[in-house]
Design a protein around this ligand. Structure first.
Ligand code: B12
Length: 220
């Protein structure tokens, strides 16, 4: 993590300076890979904002504004890769969702971006998705990988339930679990050959390189 960059970005996010935030991130992109920006600059900037919020040094509105600007920056960074239609049909598929009632989604959005950049077909279902609805979509589209995100400890039972239900799917998709909950708590007992608990994007990249969890495609 680069504290100087992180705090500068946090400043733009908190002041609602969209143009400055985008220009700052674009400038960093000339020297650093996108993964580094996600993991070591933008994520710590949001964590830093969380600390300021906890200490009452910023208001709830400041924090909401920062989230909105961060979301804007992530959308701008999400360029994906061009894949022609025929090739795209053969590409692996990932569905990403935040568990029911979970509102934190910026990390999940980064994961969507990560997969798009690898040429995968991505269905990013966003936060707060009830299990039944998730299951409907998943059964129709049959993804190779299902990614679940949660931030708060009281989501653990739902993460567990979703993991159990998705593990029963006939085509045996890989399941990846991430989010703040994974960084805070030991979820190693959720791990199986097909279910992976992943602390961050660098770990996801490693899994990709190793070709584990169905996360490898022909371009990796
Ligand atoms: C922004 C924010 C919000 C926004 C969320 C908006 C949004 N669109 O996401 C709003 C205002 C909605 C919000 C609400 C709440 N929040 Co909040 N929030 C935050 C804050 C400041 C930043 C979160 C964030 O975006 N982080 C940046 C992302 C990129 O990090 P990340 O999610 O960890 O993702 C990384 C990895 O985990 C990974 N990843 C994430 N998902 C996945 C999935 C897969 C498959 C993989 C492989 C990887 C992966 O990828 C990322 C890069 O490594 C945090 C502070 C913090 N420390 O996180 C508090 C924080 C998480 N919130 C907190 C709280 C308490 C709440 C509320 C309960 C507050 C309230 N009283 O209403 C509510 C709960 C809402 C709900 N129902 O879920 C607390 C939680 C404390 C605790 N005890 O657990 C925190 C820590 C703030 C604090 N310091 O007190 N929050």
């Amino acid at each position: 993590m680069n504290k100087k960059y992180t705090e500068e970005l946090a400043g733009y996010l908190l002041k609602g300076k969209e143009d400055e935030a985008v220009a700052f991130v674009d400038e960093l992109l000339t020297n650093y890979p996108k993964l580094y920006l996600f993991e070591d600059i933008i994520t710590p900037a949001m964590y830093h904002i969380g600390v300021l919020w906890e200490r009452n040094e910023i208001t709830v509105a400041d924090e909401h504004l920062a989230t909105a600007v961060c979301d804007f920056v992530l959308s701008r960074l999400d360029t994906g890769v061009y894949v022609d239609k025929a090739t795209k049909q053969k590409r692996k598929k990932v569905v990403l969702l935040g568990v029911e009632e979970e509102q934190h989604y910026l990390g999940l959005k980064m994961v969507a971006s990560f997969y798009r950049e690898k040429g995968w077909r991505v269905r990013y279902l966003g936060p707060n998705l009830p299990l039944d609805h998730a299951l409907n979509q998943i059964n129709q589209w049959k993804p190779d990988v299902i990614g679940i995100s949660a931030a708060l400890s009281y989501r653990l039972p739902m993460v567990k339930k979703m993991t159990e239900v998705f593990s029963q799917l006939k085509w045996n998709p890989a399941i990846i679990i991430g989010g703040r909950i994974v960084k805070k708590y030991d979820l190693s007992n959720f791990e199986t050959e097909r279910t992976h608990v992943i602390k961050g994007l660098n770990e996801l990249e490693e899994l990709h390189i190793k070709g584990k969890a169905g996360v490898m495609d022909e371009t990796s």
